[in-house]
Each structure stands twice: as structure tokens, then as C-alpha cells.
Ligand binder design. Structure first.
Ligand code: AMP
Length: 394
């Protein structure tokens, strides 16, 4: 009989999952990775094994209507795929851990209540993260669960980095900079000693550039600053989120344009960023090389804003030893990496063009003052590791 750990990353319209198998005395090994996409519209279950071979691709239309239904469908597929196996634990990605959760926790009913209190701080993500925790508790009550937070890795930042300079009475309600993408940054920090030992204890700026995008300043593997703040709206330009905007613009949306809170939320989270600038797409692949001037402006702004913030983080660190690119755009677009590095050349970056094209992990020349790396992130493995450790499984 085999023992497994299930990792769940639930969003508003998708439920991503990974199944890890426990190897005797060793680390978790990936068995399968998949998702149920299109929840609420045209749900489809798909999964691949560790080598990338398809295990299933099946429409769930008519059977899955919401997140709970998706979890039922996943449980059924798991039972058929891993018949006789035991799920020893389930680890969940939870976007917001507030000020209290500075590390992952074993889930109890009291913890779920605490996580609910944080819904106003992440209304578009937190409810979807909590739903599968409750569904597992109802349907698989014997499976212990661990919540892993996107904010935890950033706790311990200096007070000035966490501060939002509003009156104390407002700050007392939890208004502070939290930072996100923490599981991605924690994973990168965890592999640096092996992947890039010469920078592991130095000043490293990690660029998590995916459909959500942010930067994190690491000193000796610890987060000391990041570009996302109170919510996942701050900082860099993202697929559908604007990143930093003058707060006066938000007042204008309410007072000048008479928008409702719901409309403002939709503009800020779903209609801005690459999509808002280009009017074409939120996907970088549709914009790179697109002759439409608005597509070019979107790419230019993405690069401009990222390079500008790299400068800010380099200043916080008192200089930089390395830049690490990760996530969808960071791992897969040599073009965007090159242009960001060109804009940040003043830091002392000397790119190795051949290495960039070859997808090598170090893409700067040996003499480059600041080394540049491409390191694939793995948030799910980070969750599996936390789950195994907290449940005493590994
Ligand atoms: P993530 O959120 O990390 O899964 O990243 C998803 C995003 O990565 C997509 O929306 C694309 O914009 C981007 N992406 C993936 N592959 C490429 C590529 N080859 N070139 C540019 N962007 C890419």
C-alpha cells in the first residue's frame, strides 16, 4: 500500500492539485499534477504524471457546478487512480495568513474561523482557498490538513517595510503590507544553497513574473521587502492587475466616475494591467512581437515597471548580488528577461546571450557583477514539504 500527500491550490474557477508519494526515508516524489479548470462554466479535469504523460482529460460538464463539486470529482478520480493507497495529509495554499500566521499550520475548526476573518483582506481568493479545506474535512475527516500561506515568508520584514503610513486607528485593523507569492519565494530561497551556492547568503532580487507578478528582496535567504503589499494589487504590472497606482485614481473612480465598489474591484483585479493597456490580452505570449502599438506599450510598461522596482529593491538591499527570474513569464520568455536586464544594466549585469537562449540556469557571464539566474519555482512541492514536516510524515 502506498502513502500519498495531496496538495490543493484552489482559485475562483480552477482547482489545481498535485499528488506526491512518500518514498521510504526520502523526500516526496511527484506522482501526478492536474487541475479542474472552467468551474462554473465548462469544467474539465486533466492530469499528467511526473514525466508529463497525460493521465486523464475529461469534461465534467453537468456533474460539477462549483468548487465542492470539483473536489468530489477529484476525490473520485483519486480513488480510481490510486486504489488502495492512503492519503496521509492534505496541504492547501491559502493566500492570506494575516499577521498571525507567520508559518504553516495544522488546520483545526478554530483555525478555519481565523482564516474566515481574513476574507475581507483577500475577497477574491480566500473563500476559494477555505472551501476545499472544509470539503476535505467533511468528506475525508481522517485526513489531517495543513494550511500554507502566501504571506508567511514575508513576516519578519523590518517594521518600515510592513508599514502603511495611515492613522494608527486604521492600522490597528490589520492595514499593513503583507506581501504575497511567499511560497514561491520560499521555494527559491530553499534551493539556492544547491542551485546557486555563491548567492544563497547574499543580496538576491527574485522576480516572480507570472499572471500575478512581484519582486522579493532576499538577504541571506530571508525576505526583507516585496512589491506586493496589503493586497495582491500593488507593485508590478500584472496580467489583469495594474500594480501600483496613485490612490487618488481610486478616489476618482468612486467620486469622479461614480463607480460602485464592485465595479472598482472588477477594474482593479480583472480589467487592468497587460489586458487594460493592450485591450488585447492578459497573456504575455499574445503581446510579445504583436505589431499592435497598444500591445507593444503593454510590454514596454511591464518591463519599465519591473526594472524600476528592481532598482527600488536594490536600494533597499544596499546593492544586489543576483537577480533570479521565475514563474510563467520569468521562466519562459528570454525576450522579457533580456529587456529587463538591459534596463537594469546599470546595476552591473552582463548577460550571456547564448545561455539565455539555451534556458540555462545561470544566464549572466562569469564576470557579471550581478549574476542572473532562471530557476523554475515549485510552490506545490513547498506545500508538500510543509505538510509532511508538520504532520510528522517526513
Ligand atoms: P504563471 O502565473 O506563473 O502560471 O504564468 C502564466 C503566464 O506566463 C501566462 O499568462 C503567460 O503570460 C506567461 N507565459 C507562459 N509562457 C510564456 C512564454 N513562452 N513567453 C511569454 N510569456 C509566457
Amino acid at each position: 500500500m502506498y502513502d500519498y500527500c495531496l496538495v490543493v491550490n484552489a482559485g475562483s474557477s480552477s482547482l489545481k492539485f498535485c499528488v506526491y508519494q512518500q518514498t521510504t526515508g526520502g523526500p516526496w516524489s511527484l506522482e501526478s499534477r492536474g487541475q479542474i479548470e472552467g468551474i462554473g462554466t465548462a469544467p474539465v479535469l486533466s492530469a499528467r504524471d511526473a514525466s508529463g504523460q497525460s493521465l486523464v482529460k475529461r469534461s465534467l460538464e453537468g456533474t460539477v457546478r462549483d468548487g465542492r463539486g470539483a473536489l468530489d470529482a477529484l476525490a473520485e478520480w483519486l480513488r480510481s487512480m490510486y486504489a488502495g493507497g492512503r492519503i496521509l495529509g492534505a496541504g492547501h495554499r491559502v493566500v492570506h495568513g494575516g499577521a498571525r500566521f507567520a508559518s504553516p499550520v495544522v488546520v483545526t475548526p478554530e483555525i478555519v474561523e481565523e482564516l474566515r476573518k481574513l476574507i475581507p483582506l483577500a475577497p477574491l481568493h480566500q473563500p476559494h482557498n477555505i472551501a476545499p479545506i472544509e470539503a476535505v474535512r467533511e468528506r475525508m475527516p481522517d485526513v489531517p490538513q495543513v494550511a500554507c500561506f502566501d504571506t508567511s515568508f514575508h513576516r519578519g520584514q523590518p517594521a518600515v517595510a510592513e508599514l502603511i503610513p495611515l492613522p494608527a486607528s486604521i492600522r490597528a485593523g490589520g492595514v499593513q503590507r503583507y506581501g504575497f507569492h511567499g511560497l514561491s519565494y520560499e521555494y527559491i530561497a530553499s534551493i539556492l544553497p544547491e542551485a546557486a551556492p555563491e548567492i544563497a547568503h547574499g543580496r538576491v532580487i527574485v522576480a516572480h513574473l507570472g499572471s500575478g507578478a512581484s519582486l522579493c528582496a532576499l538577504r541571506d535567504g530571508k525576505s526583507i521587502e516585496s512589491t506586493l503589499g496589503f493586497t495582491a494589487l500593488d507593485g508590478l504590472c500584472m496580467g489583469t492587475r495594474a500594480g501600483s497606482v496613485d490612490p487618488g485614481v481610486i478616489l476618482h473612480l468612486f467620486q469622479g466616475l461614480g463607480m460602485s465598489p464592485q465595479e472598482v474591484e472588477t477594474v482593479l483585479y480583472k480589467k487592468s494591467g497587460l489586458l487594460g493597456i493592450s485591450g488585447i490580452s492578459n497573456d504575455m505570449r499574445d503581446l510579445i512581437g504583436n505589431p499592435d502599438p497598444n500591445a507593444q506599450l503593454a510590454v514596454d510598461y511591464f518591463i519599465y515597471q519591473t526594472a524600476k522596482m528592481i532598482g527600488a529593491l536594490a536600494s533597499v538591499l544596499g546593492g544586489a548580488d543576483a537577480i533570479v527570474f521565475t514563474a510563467g513569464i520569468g521562466e519562459n520568455s528570454p525576450d522579457i528577461r533580456r529587456r529587463i536586464c538591459q534596463s537594469s544594466a546599470w546595476l552591473g549585469i552582463d548577460l550571456d546571450e547564448a545561455a539565455t537562449q539555451a534556458k540555462g540556469s545561470r544566464i549572466s557571464k562569469p564576470q557579471s557583477k550581478v549574476s542572473v539566474w532562471v530557476l523554475p519555482t515549485n510552490e506545490e512541492l513547498m506545500i508538500a514539504r510543509h505538510t509532511g514536516r508538520l504532520l510528522g510524515l517526513i
